[in-house]
Unconditional design. Structure first.
Length: 162
């Protein structure tokens, strides 16, 4: 007889479940306060599954990613295969919440969907913001250099021209 203790994660109550399977394969669950807890315990003992969350590269946008998740829980033993499949996946802009980014991930029959919308305009806005911050930083450095030169200070010893 197989027996396991576990905490149900289906709701905030966090019931402590006692799940057992007899020689005939029948599964019994106790300690749950709702039917969802019984189903969770049964599934966790016989065929555990998880919703997988990750990110996928955006095609043509170096370093940019979109957050994704599996549309349904995947068998726990397939998580590594699913992650491997996501390494090579790319999303095409524009991406809307719920868009299928990868169908039938790792042969599970389960789709991977976007959990955030991304549009080209938003990426351009982020890039422009980064450029503006860099330009501001460079301006501040140049102003500091001009002040030192105006005061008759050289840049020797600062590493600037060495």
């Amino acid at each position: 007889m197989e027996k396991r203790e576990m905490i149900c994660i289906n709701c905030p109550l966090g019931c402590i479940l006692s799940v057992s399977r007899n020689e005939a394969g029948e599964v019994t669950v106790s300690g749950n306060t709702c039917p969802r807890g019984a189903e969770y315990g049964r599934t966790e003992l016989t065929a555990p599954k998880r919703v997988l969350t990750s990110t996928v590269r955006i095609q043509g946008e170096k370093g940019r990613v979109v957050p994704v998740k599996t549309a349904n829980p995947v068998p726990k033993e397939k998580i590594g295969d699913c992650m491997e499949a996501l390494k090579g996946a790319e999303a095409r802009l524009p991406v809307q919440i719920g868009d299928v980014v990868l169908e039938n991930v790792a042969g599970t029959g389960i789709a991977v969907v976007a959990t955030k919308g991304v549009e080209k305009e938003l990426i351009m806005k982020e890039l422009c913001s980064d450029i503006e911050e860099t330009e501001q930083w460079c301006s501040e450095i140049m102003e500091h250099v001009r002040e030192r030169i105006a005061q008759g200070n050289t840049l020797k010893g600062t590493g600037a021209y060495e």
